[in-house]
Design a protein around this ligand. Structure first.
Ligand code: GLU
Length: 267
């Protein structure tokens, strides 16, 4: 554990100097370190007993297996939206599977394997809300919550300047604020919102149509082409051997999503 911390610190120092960080892979230690969400039902959840579950967790585990790391040699790190690039660049994680949209902006700092899931931004409101029905309702000084460092927060800022946007660190904090009437809606990808809705039956509903295209990728350090290629090969296998579909059905069935065709991997 100490060795890993030291390695992360050395790597952080090297990253700060923009030095080559090829030596800074935590998997040199016989373990692999993976960044996931800890609070997003259906995608990445850390249970009170420490168990990790969700679609992203399944993808991360499958990939680790193909890289030669069984489940007991995976170290899980929480990767909140605003910290994903930093965790990768500092060498604190080997890869990130955390509802992480592939964007040109992020590609300046990290590289992506995938895409392994396609989704889109949507809105979650309390079930009794009748005045927010979609993006056309967003002009009227509504209080909206999203997460720092996320594409949905940026999109609201750019396209709906009349909205009062509150940025929290996690979507679960946004959902609690929604439950307590502190905000009017939560916005992010529909698979994430559907997970919260399924977790609290009767409390929340999704409204409107998805208004963006988000392609989830697995983040790796910039220039780590060998790892990116290995991860892409693992994703192709996961999609073709039935594991991808089985995990999708197990994790999103309760939220009412039919299993889609998995996206082609961009090799
Ligand atoms: N997929 C979007 C993003 O990468 C929203 C989900 C998230 O914040 O994790 O920013």
């Amino acid at each position: 554990m100490r060795a890993l911390h030291l390695l992360a610190r050395v790597c952080a120092a090297l990253a700060a100097l923009a030095a080559p960080i090829t030596a800074c892979t935590a998997h040199d230690s016989g373990r692999i370190t993976v960044g996931v969400k800890f609070d997003q039902p259906g995608l990445g959840v850390k249970e009170p007993d420490g168990t990790l579950r969700g679609f992203d967790v399944d993808v991360a585990r499958y990939v680790a297996g193909r890289l030669g790391y069984p489940p007991d040699r995976i170290t899980w790190i929480e990767a909140p939206s605003g910290q994903r690039e930093t965790l990768l660049r500092n060498g604190q994680v080997d890869y990130v599977v955390a509802t992480y949209s592939i964007t040109d902006n992020r590609r300046r700092k990290v590289d992506f394997a995938g895409p392994y899931l396609l989704t889109g931004q949507s809105l979650l409101v309390r079930t009794d809300n009748t005045d927010i029905t979609g993006t056309s309702s967003l002009q009227h000084h509504k209080k909206l919550c999203s997460v720092s460092g996320s594409t949905p927060a940026q999109r609201i800022k750019d396209r709906y300047p009349g909205v009062q946007l509150q940025r929290y660190d996690t979507y679960s904090a946004c959902v609690e604020a929604l439950r307590n009437n502190a905000i009017d809606a939560v916005t992010t990808d529909d698979v994430i919102l559907a997970g919260y809705a399924a977790q609290s039956p009767g409390a929340f509903k999704l409204v409107g149509e998805p208004f963006s295209a988000e392609s989830y990728g697995i983040g790796v350090r910039k220039g780590d082409d060998a790892l990116r290629t290995q991860i892409n090969n693992a994703l192709v296998e996961m999609e073709s051997d039935g594991s991808w579909r089985a995990s999708f059905a197990a994790n999103f069935g309760a939220a009412g999503f039919a299993v889609p065709t998995p996206p082609p991997i961009d090799r």
